[in-house]
Design a protein around this ligand. Structure first.
Ligand code: URP
Ligand code: ZN
Ligand code: ZN
Length: 461
């Protein structure tokens, strides 16, 4: 049966236009100013914006880390995604020490396959780079894993400069791209020791041990390594103006650098770490949330199209899990939820408050991740032949974020009490109505998406 969305405004990365959308068998058949189709189910979407399904290119579901496992697995995490309007996530399949990349990938398929309610792909987080991993790379890429994460901090994941250089060079040759977590491990360790020596074991020591220079130093070093390797690179979860300055220098040298930031860096200031009691543990993430001036600068950069994607880094832990660090901040598992909230936060704060256009929102949340991560034009656009992943957005809806109305499997909402404008009213996943007003209607119909090799954003223009 065909479905016809009638009377809405279709948003793309470059324009908005009044258009009807016809879909059948999971695909978009036609997008035209006026479609009359007698044998279609007609849904009146007048007054609504139609976005291509949002893509969250940075989630950690069912991740074993810090002696525990994230509160959201693929079952709950992808339901939360869908409820908020995200029809595809790209999660980090993580290679633990001693594993091959294929072992890591198989592990993640076991976690996700049959459990996901939205479509999904995998990046591979490389933590053990050696000769046989190098040999596996071409097959991994041919299996649709075309992006990789490297960590410049964290004991179990840390990648030294020499290996970063070797991996970047190899990825360029093989058609992959790396997203890099930029923080200087040594400075963090020294500052942690200093805080502990002062007797400061509280949440507030987390921010003191990770000032903006920690991110900036690592970003600058990474970008010089990428310059020598002559290789494009993505800086994930950018949190600071100082980090951005390093990106600007690299771009001025002619380097191809893509940048991701996350809602938490756009909405909160570092005073969250001074909240009473253990409240600040909800915001213990790395990189840390920075100062108000950093937050404002990130908005300016989004407006000026200097940041390409906004993803969430959804990595949720319950309050009981966070409590592991109640006496020692270094034991608080790092991460917070956000996969469900991102679209409404970006519409409400981005479009309504800070003056992003809806086209920019479309680029940041859907079109650019689709292009950068090799799923465009199947995803990231409402056009004939594309997957019928469509978010019918009600721009008039006003609602308040709360643990009481969230789908994610975590017992707090970091955005508790924030009233937002705009809501994913209807969410179509491959043509099927899968979520409505924050409630998931159809579960576990998400499929694995093998991704194409990386192509720079400029190639699409
Ligand atoms: O604190 C965070 N961001 N945890 C998730 C892992 C990462 O670094 O992306
Ligand atoms: Zn990271
Ligand atoms: Zn992450």
């Amino acid at each position: 049966m065909k479905t016809l969305l009638k009377g809405g405004t279709v948003v793309s990365g470059s324009k908005t236009a009044a258009a009807d959308v016809l879909m059948e068998d999971g695909k978009i058949l036609a997008v035209e100013q006026k479609i009359d189709e007698a044998d279609a189910k007609i849904i009146d979407v007048s007054g609504r914006l139609l976005f291509p399904g949002f893509i969250d290119a940075h989630t950690h579901f069912d991740l074993h880390v810090a002696g525990t496992v994230t509160a959201d697995d693929f079952k709950s995490g992808t339901k939360a995604a869908l409820a908020g309007g995200t029809t595809m996530i790209i999660d980090f399949a993580t290679q633990y020490q001693g594993e091959s990349l294929h072992q890591a990938l198989n592990n993640w398929h076991k976690k996700a396959d049959g459990n996901a309610s939205c479509d999904y792909g995998f990046h591979l987080a490389i933590s053990d780079w050696n000769h046989s991993v190098n040999e596996e790379l071409d097959t991994i890429i041919s299996e649709g894993v075309t992006s990789f994460k490297l960590y410049m901090t964290y004991d179990e994941m840390y990648m030294a400069d020499k290996k970063i250089y070797q991996i970047l060079k190899r990825l360029k040759e093989a058609g992959g791209i790396a997203g890099v977590h930029c923080e200087n491990k040594g400075i963090i360790e020294a500052l942690v020791e200093e805080e502990k020596a002062k007797g400061n074991y509280s949440v507030n020591a987390h921010k003191k041990s990770r000032p903006a220079a920690v991110e900036a130093e690592a970003a600058g070093r990474l970008l010089k390594i990428a310059q020598v390797a002559d290789c494009p690179v993505i800086i994930v979860h950018l949190s600071s103006e100082a980090g951005y300055k390093e990106i600007l220098y690299a771009r001025e040298r002619g380097q191809e650098v893509y940048v991701e930031t996350c809602p938490q860096y756009l909405i909160f200031n570092d005073d969250v770490y001074d909240l009473p009691g253990f409240e600040g543990s909800k915001y213990v993430i790395s990189p840390t949330i920075k100062k108000a001036s950093d937050r404002k600068r990130l908005w300016e950069l989004l407006k000026a199209d200097q940041i390409q994607t906004v993803s969430t880094d959804h990595c949720s832990f319950t309050l009981a899990q966070k409590a592991a660090g109640s006496k020692d901040f270094t034991k608080i598992p790092n991460g917070m939820p956000g996969v469900e909230a991102r679209p409404a936060l970006m519409y409400s704060f981005g479009v309504k408050k800070y003056g992003l256009t809806v086209e920019q929102m479309c680029r940041l949340l859907s079109e650019n991740p689709a292009k950068l991560y090799g799923v465009y034009p199947e995803k990231g656009v409402i056009a004939p032949g594309s997957d019928a992943d469509i978010v019918v957005w009600n721009p008039e809806s006003r609602w308040t974020m709360s643990v009481d109305n969230q789908v994610a499997h975590v017992d707090y909402c970091p955005f508790e009490g924030i009233t937002v404008e705009g809501k994913a009213e209807l969410v179509f996943l491959k043509g099927r109505l899968a979520a409505e007003n924050g409630k998931v209607l159809v579960e576990k119909t998400g499929s694995y998406v093998a991704r194409n090799k990386h192509m720079g954003l400029a190639q699409w223009n």
